[in-house]
Design a binder for this molecule. Structure first.
Ligand code: HEC
Length: 116
């Protein structure tokens, strides 16, 4: 087997478990978002009271400073970035959980244009 075929095979073998890990991570984060009350106002794919998290990811993906700013916004509440609705403060959610949620949601792919 030449080197290219070997590395292709290695990549194929690696993709299985890596994808399973990503799915488990998504499930854990979705549970955390439910437990933290985020999904009372948010959905991944649809705009509810708050913006679809895939839209949030798209807007801030290339912004290195977004994480710290968004964690503070989620903790203290915010308005005027997406529309008239206000996000009330989420001070009962542990700061490290907010940080985990925001870093994860920023990795989401943009939503399918046909949704919503
Ligand atoms: C009471 C409803 C509500 C809850 C609960 C809520 N959000 Fe929001 N969220 C909103 C609204 C409304 C906006 C848009 C605010 C704006 O236009 O600035 C928003 C905006 C955001 C943004 C983008 C902020 C920006 O500056 O662009 C992020 C990130 C976010 N929410 C994450 C979360 C997370 C994580 C949780 C759970 C810990 C959460 N939200 C809980 C209503 C909510």
């Amino acid at each position: 087997m030449n080197g290219l075929a070997a590395s292709l095979l290695a990549a194929l073998l690696a993709s299985g478990p890596a994808q399973a890990d990503a799915v488990e991570e998504d499930e854990a984060m979705i549970d955390l978002a439910w437990d933290s009350g985020c999904f009372n106002c948010h959905d991944l794919d649809k705009t509810l009271r708050g913006p679809a998290w895939r839209d949030v990811a798209e807007r801030y993906r290339d912004d290195d400073e977004a994480l710290g700013r968004l964690v503070a916004t989620v903790r203290d509440g915010g308005s005027g970035n997406w529309g008239e609705e206000r996000m009330t403060p989420n001070r009962r959610v542990a700061e490290e959980d907010i940080e985990r949620l925001v870093s994860w949601l920023l990795t989401l792919d943009a939503r399918d244009e046909t949704a919503d």
